[in-house]
Ligand binder design. Structure first.
Ligand SMILES: Cc1cc2nc3c(=O)[nH]c(=O)nc-3n(C[C@H](O)[C@H](O)[C@H](O)COP(=O)(O)OP(=O)(O)OC[C@H]3O[C@@H](n4cnc5c(N)ncnc54)[C@H](O)[C@@H]3O)c2cc1C
Length: 412
């Protein structure tokens, strides 16, 4: 396999997920020479969540992209309700948020990423390379000087003043750079599968909770993407009990699925997604900054990981774009990004750990069919629903666009 000629860029982003694409877009918008490398050939991977939060929609508004974005097919969720032990409980009401859009937009994430990449490609300093898998980091003494990439045409080296690791939970950038990671145990994993949708199905909700178990259905037009929470490491035991037993478990949470549950007639149709919560102690070292799940893997609890990854990207551009346009950035500059984003990350991860300890454990609890008192409060006092709405819809410390715009676009 031949090695292609080296290239050198100001900023290299590893990973074309929400964090990477937003960073690439914002840096290119500021006139920074930026290359995004994504290992897959397209964005069509179904394991991602589909949530675009009010704070993200606000960012799109600040960027002048909101109207165009909302022309893409999507659904608007103005209130989140969960079905808890058979009772429908409204949990979050977005109507009072101080944002332009008072809803979560549900859109397959590939549409969102396609949208961001098509917008970014209008800037002359932006480049996105699909099917470019980073397989190693390049070191110059103690500094990360770029990456080694596997491409369809062979391996190549891409050197950069700054490498941004936005390569998600199984990040090669943080592993190869030996950044220390704290793992916070999570008791659950998720089975991920598809079931068809029918005309009279209930509307989109947060999910179906029952005695520590959870079933999530993402409405993707003609089918549901189904997430079923199981205790961590128990897939083999579930397989031994057999498919009919799994069908029964799912139907107990979502009885209306009974007429189509046999669509899951083979284990190949059921994927295991492992859930982690972890956080790097230091998100950077000379020449490298990790953001999004690469710096802090999020569980699906609350559906806030995508939003947090995007907020990291905005903070990164706010703090670094102008400096990167002028030249390389220092370790002190990179430290500022962690200082800005670590607090909201800690708050959300603490909330997620609480949910896994107390609400979604994956194991059947002995509680009866009554509603926990906390949930009754949401029924009795509607104003309380603004709190989860702020937490989920905006997240702690929402970011706003302060990075510069050079506004030189290629003709589209
Ligand atoms: C089962 C499950 C369901 C979830 N559901 C939701 C939800 O509904 N809402 C929500 O907000 N959050 C959800 N999350 C969390 C959310 O998926 C993450 O927090 C979010 O995707 C993080 O974005 P990111 O850009 O940091 O990383 P990712 O989305 O993981 O993107 C990383 C990108 O890097 C690419 N990549 C990886 N390695 C390399 C490499 N070596 N070279 C080049 N490219 C590479 C990957 O292909 C990927 O495109 C869920 C998580 C799980 C596990």
């Amino acid at each position: 396999m031949g090695v292609l000629p080296d290239v050198h860029v100001r900023c290299l982003v590893v990973g074309g997920g929400p964090a990477g694409m937003m960073t690439g877009y914002l840096l290119a918008r500021a006139g920074v020479d930026v290359v995004v490398l994504e290992k897959h050939a397209d964005f069509n991977r179904d394991f991602r969540g589909d949530t675009i939060h009010p704070s993200t929609l606000e960012l799109l508004h600040e960027l002048g992209l909101l109207e165009e974005f909302l022309r893409l097919p999507h659904q608007e969720l103005r209130e989140i309700r969960g079905i808890f032990n058979g009772h429908a409980v409204p949990i979050a009401d977005f109507s009072r948020l101080p944002t332009r859009c008072k809803f979560i937009a549900f859109m397959p994430q590939w549409d969102f990423l396609d949208f961001l990449s098509s917008q970014a490609k209008r800037f002359p300093t932006f480049a996105l390379h699909m099917q470019h898998e980073v397989i190693d980091l390049l070191f110059e003494s103690d500094r990360i000087a770029g990456v080694r990439v596997k491409t369809p045409d062979g391996q190549r080296e891409v050197r950069a003043d700054l490498t941004i690791g936005a390569d998600g939970r199984h990040s090669i950038t943080h592993t190869k750079s030996n950044l220390e990671m704290d793992e916070f145990g999570v008791p659950i994993d998720v089975l991920w599968m598809r079931l068809s949708k029918r005309e009279n199905d209930p509307p989109q909700s947060l999910g179906f909770f029952r005695h520590g178990k959870l079933l999530v259905l993402l409405d993707r037009g003609d089918y549901f993407q189904v997430g079923f929470v199981i205790p961590k490491g128990e897939l083999d035991a579930i397989k031994q009990r057999g498919l009919p037993a799994l069908h029964r478990d799912i139907i107990r949470l979502g009885p209306f699925l009974e007429d189509r549950i046999t669509e899951l007639d083979d284990w190949t149709k059921i994927k295991l997604l492992t859930v982690q919560i972890n956080r790097l102690r230091k998100w950077y070292r000379e020449g490298l900054l990790c953001i999004g799940d690469s710096a802090h893997a999020m569980s699906p609890a609350g559906g806030v990981g995508i939003n947090l990854a995007l907020q990291d990207a905005v903070a990164t551009a706010n703090l670094l774009a102008a400096k990167l346009r002028a030249g390389p950035v220092s370790v002190a500059d990179l430290k500022q990004v962690q200082e800005r984003r670590e607090w909201p990350t800690r708050v959300i991860q603490t909330m997620q750990a609480f949910i896994h300890r107390r609400v979604v454990t994956g194991r059947e609890s002995k509680s009866g069919d009554s509603l926990p008192i906390l949930l009754k409060f949401f029924q009795w006092f509607p104003a309380l629903r603004s709190l989860p709405a702020r937490f989920i819809g905006l997240s702690p410390r929402p970011e706003h666009i302060h990075s510069p715009s050079k506004l030189t676009k290629r003709c589209s």
